[in-house]
Design a protein around this ligand. Structure first.
Ligand code: BGN
Length: 343
């Protein structure tokens, strides 16, 4: 019946063209969609098992803080709602009210008042020229982390506009400067445009480095390739030191996260992931950067370089270090000549 109507409307000789058009459309959308080579078929830690894989801070074990009441609970609740999309703006008055409303100390520092947190975590954000995203990130993350009872500091490492962006080096600098402030045992390196959607995605380190953002909306919640280690990652302080941090050589977009994953493998460390549902993130919209040409060469020579390129050859000018009301702000100048690169 439907076919008869269809044939009545379209003359027979157009039908094959229409069908061909429809088939081409579906073929192209299949070939071009970002999750085409993706998978949710990777090893991960199930939600019921997560607690066993988390690595608590040695601070309370060493007894330094033992006079404080008892340890906070690790809150995992499968019934909690997953956030669909974060808000688009944050008003000035909201920003001003946040430190008092949420008891945030200067520097973007907080710890639970009624118990001692299992985790002392520094969240390091490489940054340049993304003010609106930073506002959204901060207004979302402070309550998110507090609900998980994490003791934390948010550190924003901003690069001056003089030279191409070097995401990896900013994270090395964030690490090097933050350990001077407080002995955080766990570091989370986090892009400013990523917002975790599942409150059960605990912002703490596991025994092995963890790729936190394996389920990203822009990749249709699939993992594009198994070695991806970008976006948001958590690593213990001693492991970050062991692998000599990130390479300082990657200026411009791409490759530095792949190199970091290689460093982890060279040292025989593994990568953990939580389940795809727990690892869901939304990426805030922005223009896509142009990939850098030098990334291929740097990636190729990574193995020869990694013991001498990283935390142990880090050079930079720290222009500002301020405890701002919602985050610790570091402004740095990085010279392209600091590292071997072809830009
Ligand atoms: C990869 C990039 C990563 C990036 C992911 C996801 C490179 C190296 C050359 C193969 N790697 O292709 O840096 O995080 O895409 O966008 O460009």
């Amino acid at each position: 019946m439907i076919l008869q109507i269809f044939f009545a409307i379209f003359h027979r000789r157009y039908i094959h063209k229409i069908l061909l058009g429809i088939a081409t459309f579906f073929l192209f959308s299949y070939l071009l969609h970002p999750g085409r080579f993706s998978s949710t078929d990777y090893d991960y830690i199930e939600i019921d098992n997560m607690k066993n894989f988390l690595s608590p801070s040695p601070l309370h074990i060493s007894g330094k803080h033992m006079n404080k009441t008892q340890l906070c609970p690790i809150i995992i609740d499968k019934d909690k709602d997953i956030m669909s999309y974060p808000r688009k703006t944050v008003s000035e008055s909201e920003k001003l009210a946040m430190p008092t409303d949420l008891n945030i100390l200067p520097g973007g520092v907080w710890k639970p008042s009624s118990c001692m947190s299992n985790f002392q975590v520094a969240i390091v954000i490489p940054y340049r020229d993304r003010e609106r995203q930073l506002d959204i990130f901060l207004s979302y993350m402070h309550p998110f982390l507090q609900a998980q009872m994490i003791e934390y500091r948010i550190v924003v490492v901003e690069q001056t506009s003089l030279h191409p962006f070097n995401r990896a080096k900013l994270m090395n600098i964030g690490f090097a400067e933050t350990v001077k402030i407080f002995p955080y045992h766990c570091f989370i390196f986090h892009d400013v445009d990523l917002i975790p959607q599942n409150p059960n995605n605990i912002y703490a380190c596991t025994h092995q480095p963890r790729h936190m953002s394996s389920s990203l909306n822009t990749f249709r919640y699939n993992l594009p390739y198994k070695d991806l280690f970008g976006g948001a990652v958590a690593i213990l302080k001693r492991q970050f030191e062991e692998i000599n941090g990130f390479s300082n050589a990657f200026f411009g977009w791409g490759g530095e996260d792949d190199d970091f994953k290689n460093r982890i493998s060279y040292k025989g460390l593994q990568v953990y992931r939580f389940s795809p549902d727990v690892s869901k993130y939304v990426m805030l919209a922005h223009k896509k950067e142009l990939p850098s040409e030098s990334r291929f060469l740097n990636l190729k020579s990574g193995r020869e370089r990694y013991e001498t390129d990283g935390l142990n050859n880090l050079q930079y000018d720290l222009l500002k270090l301020e405890n701002r009301s919602l985050y610790t702000w570091m402004l740095v100048n990085i010279l392209p000549s600091d590292t071997n690169t072809d830009i």
